[in-house]
Design a protein around this ligand. Structure first.
Ligand SMILES: CC(C)(COP(=O)(O)OP(=O)(O)OC[C@H]1O[C@@H](n2cnc3c(N)ncnc32)[C@H](O)[C@@H]1OP(=O)(O)O)[C@@H](O)C(=O)NCCC(=O)NCCS
Length: 251
């Protein structure tokens, strides 16, 4: 366990919108501030299903920060204004998202969880989720975990928008712990393939159609704005190199 906070990284050049911000790994000493941020954000959600608090927050923090994972905090002075976490799940452990989406067992050790990201309301609109996605991908790659998976609620269009904009695709739609959820994925080695000549549009809240599309071999690869409605574009998945090299079914 770390005895003192790790060095901070000045953000200038990384985040010109917030030139005074610093970024550093979260340590156990940050737990209280992290929990306060979450209490504030969760109390202000537009819909309660957008993010349902984990049952044991202390355990969740420990699972997804050093030394078992990596939590990243964005600070302005002493104030934690945003955080994101990356988990390194063990194959076979409860909640492994690779297992949830039916990933071949041989690939599951390459999975990292984009476990959680929150931004305090006054600091939204500064592309912090996008920055924290990029940083977590870099960390995942360093840990040799190029398959990054994230869970999102069907009510959380802003987060899903940001994840899709980052290059993630919707791998799966279904029920996790009683909640309707989508799992988005990215392969940092760029091995995923789909056929953009074979696509369909599905409403972002049409749970049954979204489940059926994934079960039928389609993945959600983008958003289409149709008046006031946001539709999801699904494309047919093609076999990819990583699955073939493991002699497994395509991801
Ligand atoms: C999700 C969250 C982290 C994003 O924070 P952020 O980095 O400030 O992101 P922004 O608010 O700047 O990004 C919003 C993006 O979503 C878009 N957006 C806003 N409302 C939207 C909607 N209803 N549908 C789709 N996209 C939407 C915005 O246009 C913007 O996209 P752009 O950058 O392409 O213009 C923040 O809203 C948050 O903390 N939410 C509560 C906790 C949460 O839901 N965490 C994620 C769990 S998966």
């Amino acid at each position: 366990m770390l005895k003192s906070p790790p060095p901070t990284c000045p953000a200038p050049g990384v985040l010109p919108q917030l030139p005074d911000a610093t970024l550093r790994a979260l340590t156990p000493a940050d737990f209280v501030a992290w929990k306060q941020l979450r209490d504030e954000v969760l109390a202000g959600l537009a819909h309660p299903d957008m993010y349902v608090r984990e049952a044991d927050e202390a355990d969740f923090f420990a699972q997804n920060s050093l030394p078992r994972g990596e939590g990243i905090g964005v600070f302005l002075g002493e104030e934690l204004v945003a955080y994101a976490m990356l988990g390194m799940p063990t194959v076979g452990e409860y909640g492994h998202l690779g297992a949830v989406v039916g990933m071949p067992a041989g690939l599951q050790a390459s999975v990292a969880h984009m476990a959680s990201c929150m931004v305090r309301v006054p600091w939204r609109g500064n592309q912090l989720q996008a920055l924290l996605l990029r940083l977590r991908c870099a960390v995942a790659q360093a840990y040799d975990r190029p398959l990054c998976l994230a869970v999102v609620s069907l009510h959380n269009a802003p987060s899903r928008h940001n994840l899709l904009a980052h290059g993630m695709w919707i791998e799966w739609t279904g029920v996790i712990d009683g909640l309707r959820r989508q799992v988005l994925q990215i392969d940092l080695l760029g091995r995923a393939r789909w056929d953009l000549h074979d696509t369909r549009l599905i409403a972002g809240d049409d749970f049954e159609q979204l489940c059926a599309a994934a079960a039928g071999g389609y993945v959600g690869v983008g958003e289409v704005v149709d008046g006031t409605q946001r539709l999801l574009r699904y494309a047919r998945r093609l076999p990819d190199a990583v699955a073939a090299s493991h002699g497994a079914q395509p991801l």
